[in-house]
Design a protein around this ligand. Structure first.
Ligand code: GCU
Length: 594
Protein backbone atom coordinates (compact mmCIF):
# COMPACT_ATOMS: atom_id res chain seq x y z
CA UNK A 1 0.00 0.00 0.00
CA UNK A 2 1.60 3.32 -0.98
CA UNK A 3 2.03 6.16 1.55
CA UNK A 4 -0.62 8.14 -0.28
CA UNK A 5 -3.08 5.29 0.20
CA UNK A 6 -2.35 5.23 3.91
CA UNK A 7 -3.11 8.99 4.18
CA UNK A 8 -6.16 8.68 1.95
CA UNK A 9 -7.75 5.25 2.34
CA UNK A 10 -10.33 6.22 -0.26
CA UNK A 11 -7.79 6.89 -3.01
CA UNK A 12 -8.79 3.59 -4.59
CA UNK A 13 -12.43 4.51 -5.00
CA UNK A 14 -11.91 6.31 -8.32
CA UNK A 15 -9.00 4.36 -9.80
CA UNK A 16 -10.60 2.30 -12.58
CA UNK A 17 -7.16 1.20 -13.71
CA UNK A 18 -6.79 -0.76 -10.48
CA UNK A 19 -6.09 -4.11 -12.18
CA UNK A 20 -3.18 -3.00 -14.38
CA UNK A 21 -0.43 -3.74 -11.82
CA UNK A 22 -1.54 -7.38 -11.71
CA UNK A 23 -1.56 -8.03 -15.47
CA UNK A 24 2.15 -8.85 -15.38
CA UNK A 25 3.76 -12.14 -14.36
CA UNK A 26 1.12 -14.40 -15.93
CA UNK A 27 2.11 -18.07 -15.84
CA UNK A 28 2.01 -19.80 -19.23
CA UNK A 29 2.93 -23.08 -20.90
CA UNK A 30 6.67 -22.36 -20.77
CA UNK A 31 6.53 -21.94 -16.98
CA UNK A 32 4.79 -25.29 -16.43
CA UNK A 33 6.72 -27.94 -14.55
CA UNK A 34 6.08 -31.66 -14.96
CA UNK A 35 5.04 -33.06 -11.58
CA UNK A 36 5.14 -36.78 -12.38
CA UNK A 37 6.70 -38.71 -9.56
CA UNK A 38 7.80 -35.61 -7.67
CA UNK A 39 7.44 -35.15 -3.91
CA UNK A 40 4.91 -32.36 -3.26
CA UNK A 41 3.25 -30.69 -0.28
CA UNK A 42 -0.51 -30.56 -0.82
CA UNK A 43 -2.21 -27.27 0.00
CA UNK A 44 -5.64 -28.79 -0.54
CA UNK A 45 -8.04 -28.71 2.40
CA UNK A 46 -9.24 -25.86 4.63
CA UNK A 47 -9.10 -22.32 3.21
CA UNK A 48 -11.10 -19.16 3.94
CA UNK A 49 -13.18 -17.59 1.13
CA UNK A 50 -14.36 -13.98 0.84
CA UNK A 51 -16.49 -13.03 -2.19
CA UNK A 52 -15.50 -9.79 -3.88
CA UNK A 53 -18.08 -8.82 -6.49
CA UNK A 54 -16.63 -5.35 -7.16
CA UNK A 55 -12.90 -6.27 -7.01
CA UNK A 56 -12.68 -4.23 -3.83
CA UNK A 57 -9.73 -6.41 -2.82
CA UNK A 58 -7.67 -5.29 -5.81
CA UNK A 59 -8.70 -1.66 -5.38
CA UNK A 60 -7.94 -1.59 -1.66
CA UNK A 61 -5.03 -4.04 -1.84
CA UNK A 62 -6.58 -6.47 0.61
CA UNK A 63 -3.53 -8.70 0.13
CA UNK A 64 -1.38 -5.90 1.63
CA UNK A 65 -3.21 -5.59 4.91
CA UNK A 66 -1.67 -6.82 8.14
CA UNK A 67 -3.56 -9.31 10.27
CA UNK A 68 -4.32 -7.13 13.26
CA UNK A 69 -7.77 -7.82 14.77
CA UNK A 70 -10.52 -5.19 14.32
CA UNK A 71 -10.08 -4.08 17.96
CA UNK A 72 -6.67 -2.69 17.00
CA UNK A 73 -7.64 -0.93 13.77
CA UNK A 74 -6.97 2.85 13.72
CA UNK A 75 -9.46 3.29 10.86
CA UNK A 76 -12.18 0.89 9.62
CA UNK A 77 -11.53 -1.67 6.91
CA UNK A 78 -13.78 -3.54 4.50
CA UNK A 79 -11.86 -6.80 4.71
CA UNK A 80 -11.03 -9.13 7.57
CA UNK A 81 -9.35 -12.36 6.50
CA UNK A 82 -10.67 -14.31 9.46
CA UNK A 83 -14.22 -13.32 8.52
CA UNK A 84 -13.90 -15.45 5.39
CA UNK A 85 -16.08 -18.55 5.04
CA UNK A 86 -14.30 -21.86 5.71
CA UNK A 87 -14.26 -23.85 2.43
CA UNK A 88 -12.46 -26.89 1.11
CA UNK A 89 -10.08 -26.65 -1.86
CA UNK A 90 -10.58 -28.00 -4.50
CA UNK A 91 -14.18 -26.80 -4.77
CA UNK A 92 -16.53 -24.58 -6.79
CA UNK A 93 -18.20 -21.89 -4.74
CA UNK A 94 -21.43 -22.33 -6.73
CA UNK A 95 -22.27 -25.62 -5.02
CA UNK A 96 -21.17 -24.61 -1.50
CA UNK A 97 -24.00 -22.23 -0.54
CA UNK A 98 -27.38 -21.57 -2.22
CA UNK A 99 -26.69 -17.82 -2.25
CA UNK A 100 -23.43 -18.46 -4.14
CA UNK A 101 -24.99 -20.60 -6.90
CA UNK A 102 -24.96 -17.93 -9.63
CA UNK A 103 -22.08 -15.83 -8.30
CA UNK A 104 -19.90 -14.49 -11.13
CA UNK A 105 -17.17 -12.20 -9.87
CA UNK A 106 -13.96 -12.14 -7.85
CA UNK A 107 -13.28 -14.08 -4.65
CA UNK A 108 -10.36 -14.30 -2.24
CA UNK A 109 -9.04 -17.65 -1.01
CA UNK A 110 -6.67 -17.47 1.98
CA UNK A 111 -4.72 -20.07 3.89
CA UNK A 112 -1.50 -20.23 5.87
CA UNK A 113 1.22 -22.84 5.74
CA UNK A 114 4.51 -23.46 7.49
CA UNK A 115 7.60 -23.87 5.35
CA UNK A 116 11.04 -25.16 6.10
CA UNK A 117 13.83 -25.41 3.52
CA UNK A 118 14.30 -28.88 2.02
CA UNK A 119 17.88 -30.14 1.60
CA UNK A 120 18.79 -30.09 -2.09
CA UNK A 121 15.76 -28.00 -3.00
CA UNK A 122 16.93 -24.45 -3.55
CA UNK A 123 13.74 -23.50 -5.39
CA UNK A 124 10.02 -23.82 -4.74
CA UNK A 125 7.00 -23.45 -7.02
CA UNK A 126 3.28 -23.31 -6.41
CA UNK A 127 1.33 -25.65 -8.67
CA UNK A 128 -2.38 -25.16 -9.48
CA UNK A 129 -4.43 -27.78 -11.36
CA UNK A 130 -6.77 -25.03 -12.59
CA UNK A 131 -8.76 -21.99 -11.46
CA UNK A 132 -11.75 -20.67 -13.37
CA UNK A 133 -11.20 -18.23 -15.04
CA UNK A 134 -8.47 -15.85 -13.88
CA UNK A 135 -6.24 -16.16 -10.82
CA UNK A 136 -3.90 -13.71 -9.08
CA UNK A 137 -1.59 -15.13 -6.43
CA UNK A 138 -0.17 -13.26 -3.42
CA UNK A 139 2.31 -14.71 -0.96
CA UNK A 140 2.94 -12.82 2.27
CA UNK A 141 1.39 -9.72 0.70
CA UNK A 142 3.50 -9.88 -2.48
CA UNK A 143 1.95 -10.40 -5.91
CA UNK A 144 3.83 -13.45 -7.29
CA UNK A 145 1.93 -13.80 -10.56
CA UNK A 146 -1.31 -15.04 -12.04
CA UNK A 147 -2.98 -17.03 -14.78
CA UNK A 148 -5.86 -16.82 -17.22
CA UNK A 149 -7.74 -19.74 -18.71
CA UNK A 150 -10.19 -21.77 -16.69
CA UNK A 151 -9.17 -25.40 -17.25
CA UNK A 152 -5.39 -25.69 -17.51
CA UNK A 153 -2.61 -26.03 -14.93
CA UNK A 154 -0.13 -23.31 -14.02
CA UNK A 155 3.03 -23.00 -11.93
CA UNK A 156 4.47 -19.93 -10.19
CA UNK A 157 7.94 -19.76 -8.63
CA UNK A 158 7.87 -18.41 -5.07
CA UNK A 159 11.45 -19.11 -4.00
CA UNK A 160 12.17 -15.46 -3.14
CA UNK A 161 8.89 -14.73 -1.41
CA UNK A 162 8.80 -17.78 0.90
CA UNK A 163 9.45 -17.24 4.57
CA UNK A 164 10.85 -19.84 6.95
CA UNK A 165 7.93 -20.61 9.29
CA UNK A 166 4.43 -19.20 8.71
CA UNK A 167 3.42 -18.00 5.23
CA UNK A 168 0.16 -16.45 4.08
CA UNK A 169 -1.14 -17.49 0.67
CA UNK A 170 -3.99 -15.54 -0.95
CA UNK A 171 -5.48 -16.37 -4.33
CA UNK A 172 -7.94 -14.06 -6.05
CA UNK A 173 -10.09 -16.07 -8.47
CA UNK A 174 -12.52 -14.41 -10.87
CA UNK A 175 -15.03 -16.23 -13.13
CA UNK A 176 -16.76 -13.43 -15.05
CA UNK A 177 -17.92 -14.39 -18.55
CA UNK A 178 -16.44 -11.94 -21.09
CA UNK A 179 -16.72 -11.62 -24.87
CA UNK A 180 -12.91 -11.64 -25.32
CA UNK A 181 -12.30 -14.76 -23.23
CA UNK A 182 -11.92 -18.45 -24.23
CA UNK A 183 -14.75 -19.45 -23.95
CA UNK A 184 -16.62 -16.20 -24.34
CA UNK A 185 -19.74 -15.19 -22.42
CA UNK A 186 -22.29 -17.46 -24.18
CA UNK A 187 -21.85 -21.16 -23.45
CA UNK A 188 -24.05 -24.22 -23.04
CA UNK A 189 -22.65 -25.35 -19.71
CA UNK A 190 -22.56 -23.95 -16.17
CA UNK A 191 -20.06 -21.25 -15.34
CA UNK A 192 -18.60 -22.69 -12.14
CA UNK A 193 -15.98 -20.60 -10.32
CA UNK A 194 -13.15 -21.28 -7.92
CA UNK A 195 -9.97 -23.15 -7.12
CA UNK A 196 -11.50 -26.40 -8.35
CA UNK A 197 -8.37 -28.54 -8.84
CA UNK A 198 -5.40 -29.36 -6.63
CA UNK A 199 -2.92 -26.81 -5.19
CA UNK A 200 0.57 -27.87 -4.05
CA UNK A 201 4.03 -26.65 -3.04
CA UNK A 202 6.76 -28.33 -5.10
CA UNK A 203 10.37 -28.21 -3.82
CA UNK A 204 12.88 -28.28 -6.70
CA UNK A 205 16.68 -28.27 -7.13
CA UNK A 206 18.46 -25.20 -8.49
CA UNK A 207 18.21 -26.65 -12.03
CA UNK A 208 15.27 -28.97 -12.64
CA UNK A 209 13.46 -30.84 -15.40
CA UNK A 210 10.59 -28.68 -16.66
CA UNK A 211 9.26 -30.96 -19.40
CA UNK A 212 10.11 -34.57 -20.35
CA UNK A 213 8.42 -36.66 -23.04
CA UNK A 214 8.75 -40.01 -24.80
CA UNK A 215 6.94 -40.84 -28.04
CA UNK A 216 7.01 -43.97 -30.18
CA UNK A 217 7.99 -43.03 -33.71
CA UNK A 218 5.98 -43.86 -36.83
CA UNK A 219 8.25 -46.85 -37.54
CA UNK A 220 7.10 -48.32 -34.21
CA UNK A 221 10.74 -49.38 -33.71
CA UNK A 222 12.16 -46.31 -32.00
CA UNK A 223 11.29 -43.87 -29.25
CA UNK A 224 12.04 -40.15 -29.28
CA UNK A 225 12.88 -38.59 -25.91
CA UNK A 226 12.70 -34.83 -25.41
CA UNK A 227 13.85 -32.93 -22.33
CA UNK A 228 13.61 -29.26 -21.37
CA UNK A 229 15.26 -27.86 -18.24
CA UNK A 230 14.45 -24.87 -16.06
CA UNK A 231 17.67 -23.10 -17.11
CA UNK A 232 19.75 -22.82 -20.28
CA UNK A 233 22.62 -24.94 -19.00
CA UNK A 234 24.73 -27.62 -20.71
CA UNK A 235 25.19 -31.11 -19.36
CA UNK A 236 24.02 -34.70 -19.65
CA UNK A 237 20.62 -36.10 -18.71
CA UNK A 238 19.59 -39.74 -18.75
CA UNK A 239 16.46 -41.75 -19.49
CA UNK A 240 15.76 -45.28 -18.29
CA UNK A 241 13.03 -47.76 -19.22
CA UNK A 242 14.04 -50.72 -17.06
CA UNK A 243 11.40 -53.09 -18.52
CA UNK A 244 13.01 -52.58 -21.93
CA UNK A 245 16.57 -52.70 -20.66
CA UNK A 246 16.94 -49.20 -22.10
CA UNK A 247 19.25 -46.62 -20.50
CA UNK A 248 20.44 -43.71 -22.61
CA UNK A 249 22.16 -40.42 -21.99
CA UNK A 250 20.64 -37.27 -23.46
CA UNK A 251 23.15 -34.51 -24.26
CA UNK A 252 21.83 -31.17 -23.02
CA UNK A 253 22.69 -27.88 -24.77
CA UNK A 254 21.30 -24.59 -23.46
CA UNK A 255 18.74 -26.45 -21.37
CA UNK A 256 17.32 -28.73 -24.07
CA UNK A 257 18.05 -32.21 -25.38
CA UNK A 258 16.53 -34.87 -27.61
CA UNK A 259 17.52 -38.35 -28.73
CA UNK A 260 15.85 -41.18 -30.62
CA UNK A 261 16.66 -44.70 -29.52
CA UNK A 262 15.78 -48.08 -31.01
CA UNK A 263 13.13 -49.84 -28.94
CA UNK A 264 10.38 -52.41 -29.45
CA UNK A 265 7.95 -51.94 -26.60
CA UNK A 266 4.71 -53.91 -26.34
CA UNK A 267 2.29 -51.53 -28.03
CA UNK A 268 -0.36 -49.74 -26.01
CA UNK A 269 -3.90 -50.31 -27.24
CA UNK A 270 -7.44 -50.43 -25.90
CA UNK A 271 -7.08 -54.20 -25.60
CA UNK A 272 -3.58 -54.12 -24.09
CA UNK A 273 -3.07 -50.78 -22.28
CA UNK A 274 0.58 -51.59 -21.51
CA UNK A 275 2.37 -48.82 -19.60
CA UNK A 276 6.10 -48.52 -19.00
CA UNK A 277 7.87 -46.66 -16.21
CA UNK A 278 10.12 -44.06 -17.83
CA UNK A 279 12.58 -42.26 -15.57
CA UNK A 280 14.33 -39.05 -16.59
CA UNK A 281 17.19 -37.66 -14.51
CA UNK A 282 19.39 -34.55 -14.66
CA UNK A 283 21.95 -33.94 -11.91
CA UNK A 284 19.89 -34.24 -8.68
CA UNK A 285 16.45 -34.01 -10.32
CA UNK A 286 14.29 -36.91 -11.49
CA UNK A 287 10.80 -37.38 -12.88
CA UNK A 288 9.06 -40.69 -13.47
CA UNK A 289 6.26 -41.12 -15.99
CA UNK A 290 4.07 -44.15 -16.82
CA UNK A 291 3.85 -44.10 -20.61
CA UNK A 292 2.05 -46.25 -23.19
CA UNK A 293 3.72 -46.49 -26.58
CA UNK A 294 1.46 -46.45 -29.65
CA UNK A 295 1.08 -44.69 -32.96
CA UNK A 296 -2.00 -42.89 -34.25
CA UNK A 297 -2.44 -41.73 -37.82
CA UNK A 298 -5.07 -40.78 -40.37
CA UNK A 299 -4.83 -42.61 -43.70
CA UNK A 300 -7.47 -41.79 -46.30
CA UNK A 301 -10.70 -41.68 -44.33
CA UNK A 302 -9.52 -44.16 -41.71
CA UNK A 303 -7.94 -43.71 -38.31
CA UNK A 304 -5.15 -46.20 -37.60
CA UNK A 305 -4.05 -47.19 -34.12
CA UNK A 306 -0.70 -48.97 -34.36
CA UNK A 307 -1.29 -49.30 -38.08
CA UNK A 308 -4.69 -50.99 -37.71
CA UNK A 309 -8.04 -49.26 -38.52
CA UNK A 310 -10.07 -48.38 -35.43
CA UNK A 311 -13.71 -47.30 -35.36
CA UNK A 312 -14.36 -44.93 -32.47
CA UNK A 313 -17.35 -45.97 -30.36
CA UNK A 314 -17.60 -42.92 -28.24
CA UNK A 315 -19.46 -40.63 -25.91
CA UNK A 316 -18.93 -36.99 -24.93
CA UNK A 317 -18.51 -35.95 -21.30
CA UNK A 318 -18.61 -32.63 -19.46
CA UNK A 319 -17.07 -31.91 -16.06
CA UNK A 320 -20.32 -31.43 -14.17
CA UNK A 321 -21.69 -32.94 -10.99
CA UNK A 322 -24.75 -32.17 -8.85
CA UNK A 323 -22.63 -32.14 -5.69
CA UNK A 324 -19.11 -31.33 -6.95
CA UNK A 325 -19.84 -28.83 -9.73
CA UNK A 326 -16.75 -28.84 -12.00
CA UNK A 327 -14.57 -30.72 -9.49
CA UNK A 328 -13.57 -34.19 -10.74
CA UNK A 329 -12.75 -36.57 -7.92
CA UNK A 330 -11.04 -39.84 -8.79
CA UNK A 331 -14.25 -41.68 -7.87
CA UNK A 332 -16.26 -39.44 -10.26
CA UNK A 333 -13.76 -40.08 -13.08
CA UNK A 334 -13.72 -43.83 -12.50
CA UNK A 335 -17.53 -43.83 -12.59
CA UNK A 336 -17.44 -41.98 -15.93
CA UNK A 337 -15.07 -44.56 -17.40
CA UNK A 338 -17.08 -47.45 -16.00
CA UNK A 339 -20.27 -46.10 -17.57
CA UNK A 340 -18.42 -45.61 -20.86
CA UNK A 341 -17.26 -49.22 -20.64
CA UNK A 342 -20.83 -50.43 -20.00
CA UNK A 343 -21.97 -48.39 -23.00
CA UNK A 344 -19.45 -50.32 -25.12
CA UNK A 345 -17.15 -47.34 -25.72
CA UNK A 346 -13.47 -47.27 -26.67
CA UNK A 347 -13.48 -43.47 -27.03
CA UNK A 348 -14.46 -40.35 -25.04
CA UNK A 349 -14.61 -36.75 -26.16
CA UNK A 350 -13.61 -34.55 -23.23
CA UNK A 351 -15.80 -31.60 -24.13
CA UNK A 352 -15.41 -28.62 -24.33
CA UNK A 353 -12.26 -27.76 -22.33
CA UNK A 354 -9.23 -29.55 -20.80
CA UNK A 355 -10.49 -32.04 -18.21
CA UNK A 356 -8.69 -33.02 -14.99
CA UNK A 357 -5.34 -34.62 -15.81
CA UNK A 358 -6.35 -37.78 -13.94
CA UNK A 359 -8.85 -38.56 -16.73
CA UNK A 360 -6.09 -39.23 -19.26
CA UNK A 361 -3.97 -41.05 -16.69
CA UNK A 362 -6.87 -43.39 -15.87
CA UNK A 363 -7.80 -43.74 -19.56
CA UNK A 364 -4.16 -44.81 -20.15
CA UNK A 365 -4.66 -47.57 -17.57
CA UNK A 366 -8.15 -48.59 -18.70
CA UNK A 367 -7.54 -48.50 -22.48
CA UNK A 368 -9.71 -45.63 -23.74
CA UNK A 369 -8.94 -43.23 -26.59
CA UNK A 370 -9.54 -39.52 -25.92
CA UNK A 371 -10.32 -36.32 -27.79
CA UNK A 372 -9.01 -33.44 -25.65
CA UNK A 373 -9.87 -29.86 -26.59
CA UNK A 374 -9.72 -26.18 -25.73
CA UNK A 375 -12.91 -24.12 -25.25
CA UNK A 376 -12.78 -22.22 -28.57
CA UNK A 377 -16.51 -22.52 -28.46
CA UNK A 378 -19.09 -20.80 -30.70
CA UNK A 379 -18.56 -17.07 -31.33
CA UNK A 380 -15.05 -16.38 -29.98
CA UNK A 381 -13.54 -12.87 -30.45
CA UNK A 382 -11.55 -14.24 -33.40
CA UNK A 383 -10.22 -10.84 -34.48
CA UNK A 384 -8.60 -10.14 -31.09
CA UNK A 385 -4.85 -10.96 -30.90
CA UNK A 386 -5.02 -11.15 -27.11
CA UNK A 387 -7.83 -13.70 -27.32
CA UNK A 388 -5.70 -15.76 -29.72
CA UNK A 389 -2.78 -15.56 -27.28
CA UNK A 390 -5.08 -16.82 -24.52
CA UNK A 391 -6.39 -19.71 -26.67
CA UNK A 392 -2.87 -20.63 -27.86
CA UNK A 393 -1.62 -20.67 -24.32
CA UNK A 394 -4.48 -22.86 -23.08
CA UNK A 395 -3.82 -25.29 -25.93
CA UNK A 396 -0.09 -25.26 -25.21
CA UNK A 397 -0.68 -25.90 -21.49
CA UNK A 398 -3.02 -28.79 -22.32
CA UNK A 399 -0.45 -30.35 -24.68
CA UNK A 400 2.44 -29.85 -22.24
CA UNK A 401 0.41 -31.44 -19.45
CA UNK A 402 -0.83 -34.49 -21.42
CA UNK A 403 2.04 -35.01 -23.88
CA UNK A 404 2.83 -38.43 -22.41
CA UNK A 405 -0.73 -39.77 -22.30
CA UNK A 406 -1.19 -42.62 -24.81
CA UNK A 407 -4.99 -42.35 -24.51
CA UNK A 408 -5.02 -38.82 -25.96
CA UNK A 409 -5.07 -39.15 -29.74
CA UNK A 410 -6.73 -35.86 -30.78
CA UNK A 411 -6.13 -32.21 -29.96
CA UNK A 412 -9.42 -30.42 -30.59
CA UNK A 413 -9.01 -26.75 -31.50
CA UNK A 414 -12.63 -25.68 -31.40
CA UNK A 415 -16.33 -26.39 -31.50
CA UNK A 416 -19.12 -25.17 -33.77
CA UNK A 417 -17.55 -21.93 -34.95
CA UNK A 418 -19.14 -20.08 -37.86
CA UNK A 419 -16.88 -20.20 -40.96
CA UNK A 420 -15.48 -16.65 -41.22
CA UNK A 421 -12.05 -15.41 -42.36
CA UNK A 422 -11.14 -14.34 -38.82
CA UNK A 423 -12.15 -17.74 -37.42
CA UNK A 424 -10.20 -19.54 -40.12
CA UNK A 425 -7.01 -17.60 -39.38
CA UNK A 426 -7.43 -18.02 -35.62
CA UNK A 427 -8.07 -21.77 -35.67
CA UNK A 428 -5.52 -22.50 -38.39
CA UNK A 429 -2.98 -20.89 -36.04
CA UNK A 430 -4.14 -23.18 -33.24
CA UNK A 431 -3.75 -26.20 -35.53
CA UNK A 432 -0.19 -25.07 -36.34
CA UNK A 433 0.51 -24.63 -32.64
CA UNK A 434 -0.68 -28.16 -31.86
CA UNK A 435 1.43 -29.70 -34.63
CA UNK A 436 4.50 -27.69 -33.64
CA UNK A 437 4.26 -28.81 -30.01
CA UNK A 438 3.23 -32.39 -30.80
CA UNK A 439 3.59 -33.88 -34.30
CA UNK A 440 2.63 -37.32 -32.95
CA UNK A 441 -1.13 -36.71 -32.57
CA UNK A 442 -4.03 -35.75 -34.84
CA UNK A 443 -5.66 -32.32 -34.90
CA UNK A 444 -9.42 -32.00 -35.14
CA UNK A 445 -12.28 -29.58 -34.57
CA UNK A 446 -16.03 -30.00 -34.24
CA UNK A 447 -17.23 -28.31 -37.41
CA UNK A 448 -20.61 -27.24 -38.71
CA UNK A 449 -22.33 -28.34 -41.91
CA UNK A 450 -21.94 -26.23 -45.06
CA UNK A 451 -25.63 -25.41 -45.47
CA UNK A 452 -25.19 -23.84 -48.92
CA UNK A 453 -23.79 -26.99 -50.53
CA UNK A 454 -25.33 -29.21 -47.86
CA UNK A 455 -22.06 -31.06 -47.53
CA UNK A 456 -19.48 -31.81 -44.87
CA UNK A 457 -17.30 -28.93 -45.95
CA UNK A 458 -15.41 -26.35 -43.90
CA UNK A 459 -12.43 -24.27 -44.97
CA UNK A 460 -10.80 -25.20 -41.65
CA UNK A 461 -10.74 -28.89 -42.72
CA UNK A 462 -7.63 -28.16 -44.83
CA UNK A 463 -5.78 -27.53 -41.55
CA UNK A 464 -7.17 -30.60 -39.77
CA UNK A 465 -6.27 -34.29 -39.78
CA UNK A 466 -9.78 -35.30 -38.73
CA UNK A 467 -13.08 -33.51 -39.34
CA UNK A 468 -15.41 -33.48 -36.37
CA UNK A 469 -19.04 -33.02 -37.36
CA UNK A 470 -21.78 -31.95 -34.96
CA UNK A 471 -25.18 -32.83 -36.40
CA UNK A 472 -28.58 -33.16 -34.78
CA UNK A 473 -30.87 -34.34 -37.59
CA UNK A 474 -33.93 -35.88 -35.94
CA UNK A 475 -33.67 -33.57 -32.94
CA UNK A 476 -33.09 -29.94 -34.00
CA UNK A 477 -34.52 -30.95 -37.39
CA UNK A 478 -37.79 -32.93 -37.53
CA UNK A 479 -36.45 -35.91 -39.48
CA UNK A 480 -33.35 -37.69 -40.80
CA UNK A 481 -33.71 -36.83 -44.48
CA UNK A 482 -31.16 -34.06 -44.10
CA UNK A 483 -28.65 -36.53 -42.71
CA UNK A 484 -29.28 -38.89 -45.63
CA UNK A 485 -28.73 -35.99 -48.04
CA UNK A 486 -25.63 -34.71 -46.24
CA UNK A 487 -23.89 -38.09 -46.04
CA UNK A 488 -24.68 -38.84 -49.68
CA UNK A 489 -23.58 -35.38 -50.84
CA UNK A 490 -20.25 -35.39 -49.07
CA UNK A 491 -16.95 -36.84 -50.18
CA UNK A 492 -14.32 -35.83 -47.62
CA UNK A 493 -10.69 -36.85 -48.17
CA UNK A 494 -9.98 -37.35 -44.48
CA UNK A 495 -11.70 -39.16 -41.59
CA UNK A 496 -14.97 -37.75 -40.29
CA UNK A 497 -16.06 -38.30 -36.71
CA UNK A 498 -19.59 -37.46 -35.69
CA UNK A 499 -18.30 -35.38 -32.77
CA UNK A 500 -21.80 -34.74 -31.47
CA UNK A 501 -25.30 -36.01 -32.02
CA UNK A 502 -28.03 -36.45 -29.45
CA UNK A 503 -31.53 -35.69 -28.23
CA UNK A 504 -32.99 -34.55 -24.94
CA UNK A 505 -35.02 -36.90 -22.75
CA UNK A 506 -36.47 -36.09 -19.37
CA UNK A 507 -35.88 -39.20 -17.24
CA UNK A 508 -39.09 -41.18 -16.83
CA UNK A 509 -40.97 -39.23 -19.52
CA UNK A 510 -42.37 -41.64 -22.12
CA UNK A 511 -44.44 -41.50 -25.29
CA UNK A 512 -44.95 -43.25 -28.62
CA UNK A 513 -43.36 -41.97 -31.85
CA UNK A 514 -41.54 -38.65 -32.15
CA UNK A 515 -42.60 -37.06 -28.88
CA UNK A 516 -39.84 -34.66 -27.89
CA UNK A 517 -38.11 -35.05 -24.52
CA UNK A 518 -39.29 -38.65 -24.15
CA UNK A 519 -36.88 -41.46 -23.42
CA UNK A 520 -38.54 -43.45 -26.20
CA UNK A 521 -37.74 -40.87 -28.87
CA UNK A 522 -34.17 -40.40 -27.60
CA UNK A 523 -33.64 -44.17 -27.95
CA UNK A 524 -35.19 -44.26 -31.45
CA UNK A 525 -33.10 -41.22 -32.39
CA UNK A 526 -29.91 -43.21 -31.75
CA UNK A 527 -31.09 -46.22 -33.68
CA UNK A 528 -31.91 -43.99 -36.67
CA UNK A 529 -28.62 -42.07 -36.43
CA UNK A 530 -26.48 -45.15 -35.90
CA UNK A 531 -27.74 -47.08 -38.93
CA UNK A 532 -26.92 -44.10 -41.21
CA UNK A 533 -23.58 -43.25 -39.63
CA UNK A 534 -22.24 -46.82 -39.76
CA UNK A 535 -23.37 -47.23 -43.38
CA UNK A 536 -21.08 -44.34 -44.37
CA UNK A 537 -17.52 -45.48 -45.18
CA UNK A 538 -15.77 -42.14 -44.51
CA UNK A 539 -17.19 -41.88 -40.98
CA UNK A 540 -14.57 -43.28 -38.59
CA UNK A 541 -16.46 -42.88 -35.35
CA UNK A 542 -19.21 -41.41 -33.22
CA UNK A 543 -19.15 -39.43 -29.98
CA UNK A 544 -22.73 -39.41 -28.68
CA UNK A 545 -23.80 -36.18 -26.99
CA UNK A 546 -23.49 -37.08 -24.08
CA UNK A 547 -23.04 -39.33 -21.07
CA UNK A 548 -24.84 -37.38 -18.30
CA UNK A 549 -27.44 -34.59 -18.09
CA UNK A 550 -25.65 -31.41 -17.00
CA UNK A 551 -26.40 -27.93 -15.66
CA UNK A 552 -26.86 -25.10 -18.15
CA UNK A 553 -28.78 -21.93 -17.39
CA UNK A 554 -29.94 -21.33 -20.96
CA UNK A 555 -32.39 -24.22 -20.98
CA UNK A 556 -35.57 -23.54 -19.01
CA UNK A 557 -38.47 -25.62 -20.36
CA UNK A 558 -40.42 -27.76 -17.91
CA UNK A 559 -38.37 -30.74 -19.16
CA UNK A 560 -35.04 -28.98 -18.63
CA UNK A 561 -35.25 -26.56 -15.63
CA UNK A 562 -31.64 -25.43 -16.08
CA UNK A 563 -30.30 -28.73 -17.37
CA UNK A 564 -29.33 -30.09 -20.76
CA UNK A 565 -31.19 -33.43 -20.86
CA UNK A 566 -29.28 -35.10 -23.70
CA UNK A 567 -27.55 -37.34 -21.21
CA UNK A 568 -27.80 -41.08 -21.74
CA UNK A 569 -27.85 -41.14 -17.95
CA UNK A 570 -29.59 -38.60 -15.71
CA UNK A 571 -27.79 -35.91 -13.71
CA UNK A 572 -27.82 -38.30 -10.73
CA UNK A 573 -25.25 -40.35 -12.71
CA UNK A 574 -27.29 -43.41 -11.80
CA UNK A 575 -30.52 -43.43 -13.85
CA UNK A 576 -29.75 -44.91 -17.28
CA UNK A 577 -32.32 -43.86 -19.90
CA UNK A 578 -33.66 -46.15 -22.64
CA UNK A 579 -31.19 -44.52 -25.07
CA UNK A 580 -28.24 -45.76 -23.03
CA UNK A 581 -29.33 -49.33 -23.66
CA UNK A 582 -30.23 -48.60 -27.29
CA UNK A 583 -26.79 -47.15 -28.06
CA UNK A 584 -25.03 -49.91 -26.09
CA UNK A 585 -26.86 -52.42 -28.26
CA UNK A 586 -25.76 -50.54 -31.39
CA UNK A 587 -22.11 -50.51 -30.27
CA UNK A 588 -22.30 -54.21 -29.41
CA UNK A 589 -23.57 -54.86 -32.94
CA UNK A 590 -20.20 -53.62 -34.22
CA UNK A 591 -18.38 -56.39 -32.43
CA UNK A 592 -16.23 -56.20 -29.31
CA UNK A 593 -16.29 -52.81 -27.55
CA UNK A 594 -12.55 -52.32 -28.14
C1 GCU B 1 -23.93 -28.12 -29.54
C2 GCU B 1 -22.81 -27.80 -28.57
C3 GCU B 1 -23.00 -28.45 -27.24
C4 GCU B 1 -24.46 -28.32 -26.82
C5 GCU B 1 -25.23 -29.20 -27.78
C6 GCU B 1 -26.75 -29.21 -27.48
O1 GCU B 1 -23.50 -29.04 -30.48
O2 GCU B 1 -21.53 -28.16 -29.08
O3 GCU B 1 -22.14 -27.80 -26.32
O4 GCU B 1 -24.66 -28.72 -25.48
O5 GCU B 1 -25.13 -28.67 -29.09
O6 GCU B 1 -27.47 -28.51 -28.19
O7 GCU B 1 -27.15 -29.93 -26.56
Amino acid sequence: MTHADVDDPFAHLHDEDYARPFARGLAHAATLVTLSGRPMVSLDGAWLLTLDLFDEGLRQRWFDLDETPPSQWAVPRDYEIEAGEPVQVPSCWNVLKPEWTYFEGGAWYTRWFDWRPTVGAGRTILSFGAANYRALVFLNGVHVGGHRGGSTPFCLEITDQLRQGRNRLQVYVENRRQADRVPMHHIDWFNYGGLYREVALVPLPDVFIRQASAALQADRASIRFDLCLSDAVDGEASVTIAALGLEKSIPIKAGKGSITAAASPELWSCDTPRLYEVRFTFRTDAVTERIGFRTIEARGTQILLNGEPVWLKGVCVHEDDLALGKVSSEADIRRRLQHARELGCNFLRLSHYPHHEAVARLADEEGFLLWAEVPVYWAIDFGNPDTLADARNQLSELICRDINRASVIFWGVGNENADTDARLAFMAELARTARHLDPSRLVGAACLINRETFTIEDRLAAHLDVIGLNEYFGWYEPNFSGLDRLLANSNPDKPVIISETGADASPGHHGAGRVLFTEDWQAEFYRQQFSRITATPYVAGLAAWLLYDFRTERRQTSFQRGFNRKGLIGADKTTAKLAFHALASCYRSLGRAR
